[in-house]
Ligand binder design. Sequence first.
Ligand SMILES: [Zn+2]
Length: 438
Amino acid sequence: MKSFVIVSIIVILTLLLAPLMSSCQPEPTQLPPTPTSTPMLTPTPTPSLTSTPAATELEVHFIDVGQGDAILFDLQDIEVLIDGGDRTSGVVSYLKGYVDGALEVMIATHPHADHIGGLIDVLAAFEVKQIWHNGDTATSKTYSDFMSAVNAEKAKVSVATGGNVIEADGLSFKVLNPANLKESTNNNSIVLHLAFGEIDFLFTGDAEREAEGVMLIASDMPVPDVEILKVGHHGSKTASSADFLAVTSPEVAIYMAGGGNTYGHPHEETIQALLAVGAEIFGTDAHSNIVITTDGEKYELQLETTAPTPTPTPTPTLTPTPTPTPEKVANVQITRIFYDGLVKSVESDEYVEITNLGTGSVDLAGWVLKDISEGYSTFIFPSYVLQPGKSVRVYTNEIHPEYGGFSFGSGKAVWNNTDPDMAALYNAQGQEVSRKSY
Ligand SMILES: [Zn+2]
């Protein structure tokens, strides 16, 4: 069993005060807490046991699996798991401290390796009674191994779509997304609303702005105002639109990301957007395992690591960036366009590899990678220093955090679709520096 330090008790206002609260917008003049300067929570002097202990308490564990998602619900002897991190997540050893007998429900939000990879070991270690996935497919070995494990399990297997309700004694998850499957794997993520008494949670998988927009206009399933939001797509700016955050209006926002991940998650834009709606922000990169305990009226937040990290700003942007000279810039080349339909045993679907063949480091901020055959697929690099002799990958379909790199965000193969196909790389001044055909 893990021992946690309770660093804060957030008492939900009584029902008398609740309507008053919900009608209030965050004070625009009140400066949000800076996540960098002080710990966001201070120990409360109020004893935690002033109210009558509830008969039934729910624990929601946001498990630190590095760059990936894994969320465990523990309600007495009922356990539900959303995602399992990647294959190296080690989630099984964490679950062993909490799962009594079988796991009632396993939910795979979408078939990316940082969500389903760890579920393969979970299926081997535990009996699972119900399995829900989104019906989307992937070409990776992780996905085929996962589906083999699902099929080998004697579980009830269901595909979740908007309007479904996933039931596990006492826990009822309403499915808000996907309405129907689209090309973008992330946007097909299963999004779940859990209401436990007065406390509302929203779990968004890797749903991005596109899915948020679809959910916001679905009148039959309104997006709820919640106390706790699992921030979409590891805190990427591709998710967490202002409109979506305004409606969900979370008190507590939890993103799940690995420390120093190469995507720069969580993005500063997301942090600012969450602060703008008055959310307190916590991340598994900074706080490791995060547990919320609720009796349905109030909730407590427990952090395994109380020391705040220096900043939620991604490491790459903090790296001192030497000014590249034109001579060095010319040495950054597209060295590979890789597609795994040709190499069966390798997991990565498709990526472009960019290598610094020069002798000085180069900051790729503002550099652009383009599929010029199609003319519309474009990736713009954030600040990222590519050291001499090093390579960085830009994935177009499945993302593999274990190898590092960036995501094109297209959710599909970009280069392996037309013939011939061409990738071009432009520097921050818009000059083409490299071109390679697939
Ligand atoms: Zn993910």
